[in-house]
Design a protein around this ligand. Structure first.
Ligand code: XIL
Length: 320
């Protein structure tokens, strides 16, 4: 069990994993592996800090699920990434379906951000302040936030509220499909610039890294995409890495390709000064969000469903 040790020796701050709250509490094999700090030096709650978990009812804050990750990080001395504050998904209907003005929605954001960040104050290395604000076509994603503000004005508001709530946390924009360096990546670059131009704080950009076997960009193309952001003065990280087979069962050769793809991602981070770490979105193929969301796809992680290391694990350990 060595991926975090290798990553730190290679100059990263951490190699980490998402903590699945259900599996962590029900499966001791899973929990032991997640607790192994030689393997995982960082954790992030898979669901426990999302809006629907922390403020399902307006003004009623619940931290039981998020605290599982925070306690685990504290007990083992793991870096804690915190996820996510302003996001259109897993957002309670009282927010997404509410009738708001800029003023009333700002008050809702202020209450949510100050309470949740306040609860975890001083514990989060980074917070995903805004998640997935751009659509795959490169247009701003239509959400209750964009629509109420009639544009992107909610972005600097969110980052300013976050800085005020916990000045010790790095404030991230986090999204998927930034890896392909297309229109969506262009728009995310614009996002960082517009937050900066508004005088609001932004410290990092998370590349989620939900990628496809045989569809993952090369190491140099991935590094080029990361470096568009570090050129703006923010750090970057891969925050939710998984690389899925698009059809199952897959031949052994596809598991080797998956290993090459993983090595490209980790290698691109190593090639990028200010790429601080890599987080996998799960530990084992036994528990992964992929099959439930992308029908017929999966086997996206580093350990198989029996907790055996896959070719991808070996490949990551070799590149580190
Ligand atoms: C996923 C979780 O893994 C699932 O358990 C949940 O049902 C849905 O959300 N982008 C994100 C993550 O930022 O929060 C998502 O996590 C995956 C996509």
């Amino acid at each position: 069990a060595v991926l975090n040790d290798l990553a730190v020796r290679a100059g990263l701050k951490y190699f980490g994993a998402a903590l699945g709250e259900g599996a962590f509490q029900s499966d001791s094999t899973y929990a032991s592996l997640l607790r192994d700090t030689a393997e995982f030096g960082q954790v992030v709650p898979e669901n426990g800090m999302k809006w629907e978990s922390t403020e399902r009812t307006q003004g009623v804050f619940t931290y039981g699920s998020g605290d599982v990750s925070a306690k685990q990080a504290q007990q083992s001395g793991q870096v804690l990434r915190c996820h996510a504050l302003v996001w259109h998904s897993q957002l309670p209907n009282w927010v997404s379906g509410g009738t708001w003005t800029v003023e009333t929605l700002t008050a809702v954001m202020e209450s949510h951000i100050s309470n949740v960040m306040g609860h975890y104050k001083g514990q989060c290395y980074a917070w995903d302040v805004v998640n997935e604000a751009v659509g795959d076509d490169g247009n701003w994603r239509s959400t209750v936030f964009l629509d109420t503000f009639n544009g992107t004005g909610y972005l600097p508001v969110a980052f300013n509220l976050a800085r005020a709530a916990d000045p010790s946390a790095k404030l991230y924009y986090n999204d998927y499909n930034l890896e392909y360096n297309g229109d969506k990546t262009d728009r995310a670059v614009e996002l960082v610039k517009l937050v900066q131009a508004a005088g609001a704080p932004i410290d990092g950009v998370g590349f989620q890294g939900h990628l496809l076997v045989a569809g993952t960009p090369s190491r140099s193309n991935l590094a080029a995409a990361l470096q568009r952001f570090t050129a703006l003065g923010v750090e970057v990280a891969f925050t939710e890495l998984d690389i899925r087979h698009t059809s199952l069962p897959a031949p052994a050769s596809a598991y080797a390709t998956q290993g090459d793809d993983y090595a490209n991602v980790v290698g691109a981070c190593l090639d990028t000064p200010n790429c601080v770490g890599v987080t996998v979105w799960g530990v084992t193929d036994k528990y992964s969000w992929i099959p439930g969301t992308f029908e017929g796809q999966g086997d996206a992680l580093l350990y198989d469903a029996n907790f055996t290391r896959k070719a991808a694990w070996t490949s990551v350990s070799s590149v580190l």
